[in-house]
Design a binder for this molecule. Structure first.
Ligand code: IPM
Ligand code: MN
Length: 370
């Protein structure tokens, strides 16, 4: 397995820098605990990169990303770019350019409901028992990257897939299903779309290579409904780029907050780890944003490099916080903790364990919590 020696850190926009900082705190805690030597290298992406260089994904950032072992990203987006459809340069282009340039074709978004937080979801709690699935979203093809046309009275976005693009992510999704509950669901719109029929045909042809995996097929409209009606039925959901984008936001509602969802994007070489949420500009600089999704993304990174114990330390510290009400305001705890306090508490839990918290005081209720 490849060693983790150099990590590119791209904080990005809005709350990105604040949440990334807490993930770095968690990473550094396990780094020191286990004597690792990885280094962090910071780069620009998104609106901050446009402000400084005119380009949302500058060449320096591309060079950095291709020279490291893994990438940790915060968030991208700034409202000043949102309401002018004539703008030629936008922060999100940085993200799309990076996905394409680095060949990050598989976006992996695990959805697991923590029982103690089920009440935060607008979905009835009885629907949320045993919800533990993962979305495999194709990330470098389809309607996002097909030919774009615009005339005075029309616009067109082409959705095109080649068989190899479907095969490579399908293999990853089948392999994931083999490690999990052995159930793969392809989400498509094969009753209408040619690309969806190609997805279905390709997955059907691959499935004999994975005889222990049960494969089923759902139309996207039905899948959107089933995620709310009966989310416990899913194990691995395989989707094209657009359907995966939509379903992953929808699925985030099940876990209670978008602020809890990590993701990994894997590809031909370097993988990228980032929270599913956006840049949440309203909270920028307030030290109030939820850092758990980014911290959990860092743990996904460690696990991919074989640092199982290190990743587990982070996951357990996060679980401890969630179970004891040590949370940011979005999760509605009795006493909200700040973004940086969460980072500090995660660090203490990793390095000293639960007892380490006894000597600290973060807010009124803290001593009763721990
Ligand atoms: C995501 C985001 C991006 C996407 C946007 C910001 C371009 O919504 O990562 O899900 O649509 O892929
Ligand atoms: Mn999205």
């Amino acid at each position: 397995m490849r060693k983790l020696e150099n990590i590119a850190v791209l904080p990005g926009d809005g709350i990105g820098p604040e949440v990334v900082q807490q993930a770095i705190t968690a990473l550094t805690a396990v780094k020191e605990k286990y004597g690792h030597k990885w280094e962090y290298h910071y780069g620009l992406i998104g609106a901050v990169a446009i402000d400084e260089t005119g380009n949302p994904f500058p060449v320096e950032t591309l060079d950095l990303c291709t020279s490291v072992d893994a990438i940790l990203l915060g968030a991208i987006g700034d409202p000043k770019y949102d309401n002018d459809p004539n703008l030629k340069i936008r922060p999100e282009q940085g993200l799309l350019a990076m996905r394409k340039a680095l060949g990050l074709y598989a976006n992996i978004r695990p959805i697991k409901v923590n029982k103690d937080l089920a009440h935060l979801s607008p979905v009835k709690e009885d629907r949320l028992q045993n919800v533990d699935f993962v979305i495999y979203r194709e990330l470098t093809g389809g309607i996002y990257f097909g030919e774009k046309l615009k005339g005075d009275n029309f616009a067109s976005d082409l959705c095109k897939y080649e068989v190899y693009e479907i095969e490579r992510i399908s293999h990853l999704a089948f392999a994931e299903a083999s490690r999990r509950k052995k159930h793969l669901t392809l989400v498509d719109k094969a009753n209408v779309l040619e690309t969806s029929r190609l997805w279905r045909k390709t997955v059907m042809e691959l499935s004999p290579q994975y005889p222990d995996i049960v494969v089923d097929y759902l139309f996207i409209d039905n899948a959107a409904m089933q995620i709310i009606l009966n989310p416990g039925q899913f194990d691995v959901l395989l989707c094209d780029n657009l359907f995966g984008d939509i379903l992953s936001d929808e699925a985030s509602v099940l876990v209670g907050s978008l602020g809890l969802l990590p993701s990994a994007s894997k590809g031909v070489k370097t993988s990228l780890y980032e929270p599913v949420h956006g840049s949440y500009p309203q909270a920028k600089g307030k030290d109030s944003a939820n850092p758990f999704a980014t911290i959990l993304s860092a743990s996904m990174m460690l696990r991919d490099f074989g640092y199982e114990q290190e990743a587990t330390d982070i996951d357990e510290a996060v679980d401890f916080c969630l179970n004891y009400g040590i949370m940011t305001e979005d999760l509605g705890p009795i006493h909200a903790f700040s973004t940086s306090q969460i980072g500090e508490i995660i660090c203490v839990l990793i390095t000293e364990g639960k007892d380490g918290l006894k000597t600290r005081k973060f807010n009124e209720a803290f001593s009763t919590i721990v």
